[in-house]
Design a protein around this ligand. Structure first.
Ligand SMILES: Nc1ncnc2c1ncn2[C@@H]1O[C@H](COP(=O)(O)OP(=O)(O)OP(=O)(O)O)[C@@H](O)[C@H]1O
Ligand SMILES: [Mg+2]
Length: 261
């Protein structure tokens, strides 16, 4: 098997006529976590949305390739992308927790998500969800499945949203500010859970966040983005311990670090 799971090659994305990100290249190996850092508006979310085909009506990949399992994602039809999104490429957004529907239980929604991608019985879907929640240390998995999202705290919803991105066993997860809305202690817990998921399932991850602390706690490689261009890309140790660019140092000085425990 190729060691390249997911690869951007000189990608440019435009909204309308305006190029928002340019010359974006990186490679993700199985199980690798790449952190993408950069100030607000630097194009972090745009990079992720380009792979998922969710740039909206004015957004378009205008140059380069985004290769996944031998395919160039921007060439695929919406129908083909629907089979990939969520199932082969998992997604976690800042508001993953609030994307649960308020009038159906968490368990109902898990079943629907799984049933949309594979033939599965309700009981099996529940067992799989309980097993996953158990591995993450949730002691009350059954209660969670029977709950409506409004019965759980915001932090709990987000942690469940993160866990559920794993249920279809994607080989890559694209996470956009997955912990940014959480308070510091829940953020730490969610970071530990994401690392545990990577260990258990070997999932690779692109982790977009303006929080270098989260990146230093999780990433194997770091890409620093400024005004739509890469200013630095390399092993996390190198970029974080010996940043070459003043911009990277500024980002690092701007936030307190979360330590790997
Ligand atoms: N749908 C859109 N149409 C036009 N311009 C857009 C659209 N979405 C984003 N942009 C612009 O593209 C640039 C990059 O936005 P993007 O959301 O990728 O930044 P970001 O790094 O994720 O920022 P943040 O940290 O605030 O989330 C910004 O200037 C933004 O205004
Ligand atoms: Mg963003």
């Amino acid at each position: 098997m190729s060691t390249e799971l997911f690869k951007y090659d000189s990608v440019e994305v435009c909204y309308g006529e305006k190029a928002i990100v340019e010359e974006i290249s990186f490679t993700l190996k199985p199980g690798e976590i790449l952190g993408i850092a950069g100030e607000s508006g630097s194009g972090k979310s745009t990079i992720i949305k380009a792979a998922l085909g969710i740039l909206g009506p004015s957004g378009k990949v205008t140059k380069g390739d985004i290769r996944f399992q031998g395919k160039n994602l921007p060439d695929l039809t919406e129908r083909e992308m629907q089979k990939i999104r969520g199932a082969k490429i998992g997604m976690i957004f800042q508001d993953a927790g609030s994307s649960f529907c308020p009038v159906r239980t968490i368990g109902d929604q898990i079943y629907e998500t799984l049933a949309a991608h594979e033939t599965i019985q309700r009981k099996e879907a529940e067992e799989r969800a309980l097993e996953l929640l158990g591995k993450l240390g949730f002691k009350d998995g059954r209660r969670i499945l029977e709950s409506y999202s409004f019965e759980l705290s915001g932090g709990m919803n987000q942690r469940i949203g993160i866990a559920l991105a794993m249920l279809l066993n994607p080989s890559v997860i694209l996470a956009d500010e997955p912990t940014s809305a959480l308070d510091v202690s829940v953020q730490k817990q969610a970071v530990e859970e994401m690392l545990l998921l990577r260990e258990l399932y070997g999932t690779a991850m692109v982790l977009v966040t303006h929080n270098i602390g989260v990146i230093s706690a999780m990433a194997d490689a770091v890409l620093v983005l400024k005004e739509g261009k890469i200013v630095e890309y390399g092993a996390a140790k190198q970029v974080l311990n010996a940043p070459r660019e003043a911009y990277t140092k500024e980002l690092m000085d701007a936030v307190p670090k979360l330590r790997r425990s």
